[in-house]
Design a binder for this molecule. Sequence first.
Ligand SMILES: Cc1cc2nc3c(=O)[nH]c(=O)nc-3n(C[C@H](O)[C@H](O)[C@H](O)COP(=O)(O)OP(=O)(O)OC[C@H]3O[C@@H](n4cnc5c(N)ncnc54)[C@H](O)[C@@H]3O)c2cc1C
Length: 479
Amino acid sequence: MIILSLIFAVQCNSDENCDDVSIVGGGIAGSYAAWRLRHTNQRITIYEYSNRIGGRLNTYHFPSAPDINVELGAMRFYPEVHTLLNKTICDVGLKPEIFELGGLAKSPNTLMYLRGNHLRFEEVGGPKTPYGLRPSQLKPPDQLKSAKAFYLKYGGQEVYNYLNDLNGFNSMQGSDTSATVALPISPPTIPIVNTITGGMNRLPERLVDMFLKASRKHSLHLNKNLIAIKKRFDGKYDLFFQGTDTINGQTNIRKDKTLIRHCAKKVILGINRLGLKQLDWDVLYRPHIRKLLTDATQDINKSKLFLVYDYPWWRRKDLNTNYIASDTPLRHTYDFGTSKFTHKSVLNAMYLDEDVDVWLELAKRDNRNAGENDYTFKPGNETICFAHKYLSEIYQIPRKHIPYPIDGIIVFWKNYPWGGDWNFWKPGYIWNEVEKQMVQPSKYDDIYIANNAFNAGTIPIWSQAALEIVERVLKQMKV
Ligand SMILES: Cc1cc2nc3c(=O)[nH]c(=O)nc-3n(C[C@H](O)[C@H](O)[C@H](O)COP(=O)(O)OP(=O)(O)OC[C@H]3O[C@@H](n4cnc5c(N)ncnc54)[C@H](O)[C@@H]3O)c2cc1C
């Protein structure tokens, strides 16, 4: 922990201006919390690390293709499942529209490129499947194993009995239930996949806009990095911020050591796990809270590469696809379309999780400063050549026929303040207990954590989970 007074000069705001509620983090969680509190006649301030609202909802527009929403973060949602998100989008007057590129792998347009072979999704499990499977194993993946067979093989009879008896519903663990359903790793096939007209970013921006217009007591402070919270003798809190600078889309912490102090009566922390881990607030250092914070869920790193071309060289009648899932280092490749204004075309050449290091290494070779805080770059030659090698393979077009892109952007979700792109629960934790603890880590403090990493209800990889956790916080605050 930092001994603030020894290291930093501190600028103070007056205590008369103490926030009733300080919301730290201007992602969808922070902006939704602000919007939900907008009519409570309180002095509320949002503090955000970067110079923009949205966090991991980040819609970028290439100057050469200004009408194409390049989603560097979240790009879609399932309206029938993500009902609170869908309702909020409609409540603020935004329009959901069909996400033409579909959901996870199973959309009709999906083409798989596996071990050098193209397969339609419906062909997976058929005779063309390029894996050394026994005839009895040649089935689509979700029919391959029943949950019962899975548990028997990897747990044994007694583990199966234990889980089955506890579950109450035999069908969930039964011989006929797919292990991919019983052990859900992605939502089941859902017909409707939506996005937001104009880009996902429009939701947090609209929420904050409505929050700011709702009262003169509301304000937004950008480029403020919260580093410490100290409780005062009068029961209020001092929040200590460092200034940050955003230059060409990159936000970095200012080198000067001046801290800005703001006073708050209540605090909502809508910040990521990495931000929380680095935050100097004594409650987060209590051993049981620290363990949950650092160990109950894990951050998954992600990266996306978008390239702009003069023409859509990859569109081929015989392939007829706007999405290829492959076993190459590109993993997912989406055709993001052609600009109606400039006729330039955008390809989301790579979208992958976890194995981002190879792309970080390429960025380094391209002399991009993949430093502590930077997370978007213009790709250099090494990155482009590497991408072209695999694009040539999956589209089966010779490399020399692939033109050089006229623009591009690569994003890494790994560094501070993100830590990762989404979170998965680690084994051994009781989700509800973790959520209860983390939403209000100290019952003697009016400090609440709205972080979807600790959402016990929905898989914490979706924006919906961020809205749900804010609702839990508001309930806890008795709003
Ligand atoms: C590549 C990618 C793809 C995704 N795909 C989807 C998808 O298709 N659909 C979907 O629903 N979800 C998707 N997600 C997940 C979704 O984007 C997140 O769950 C959601 O945006 C999380 O919102 P949040 O407000 O909790 O966190 P964030 O968006 O991370 O917001 C936290 C904010 O707090 C700020 N902050 C952090 N620390 C501090 C500090 N110390 N001081 C001040 N400010 C701070 C950050 O700058 C940030 O703006 C995806 C995410 C990524 C990265």
